[in-house]
Design a protein. Sequence first.
Length: 207
Amino acid sequence: MKKWRWILLFLTASFMTINNVAHAITLEELQQRFAHQPTVRAHFTQVRQIQGMPQPLSSSGEMLVSQHKGLWWHQQKPFPLTLVLDDSHMVQAMPGQTPQVITADSNPQLFQFNHLMRALFQADRAVLEENFKIEFSDLGQEKWRLVLTPKTSPLDKLFTAITLSGQANLDTILLTDRQGDRTELSFTQHQLTPETLSNEEEQYFKF
């Protein structure tokens, strides 16, 4: 009886090892997974720790990333603020104020960063490899971590590293900058369907 129990344990352990190897995540697989997510909706929490300040700055809200439209970022706390980023415009809107519109022609560096942010959410390897040294780690149980070390200007003048981590989705982004400040973005309540935008969501990108 003991003999069969040990054989069973050995076979179970062997299967688990094979199963883990078969499901080891690679950056290519992660990119393919994100490429098949045309629309991602989530809630976010942002915590920024600034050198010299005893308490971190916190904000929260909801966001939407559309491969076709861009990024919609709606902060709800501590005060309402909406940012919309597409390939050629950035719009910042606050209640009771005229929206501020910045174009790619007037601020090309900002749109380089915008392009980068969308690449982060979509794990666009070509864009990431162009701007960063990449270190990808499979942490087991479908968990992964991607550490990006900037190698192009102005990113290398701003950040020491950008660390992404997650499981089925992108769960956190940690930005550490040259001045020792840290900003951590946490994403929850991911929603990948419907893949197309609703009529209300379409309006987010009209300005």
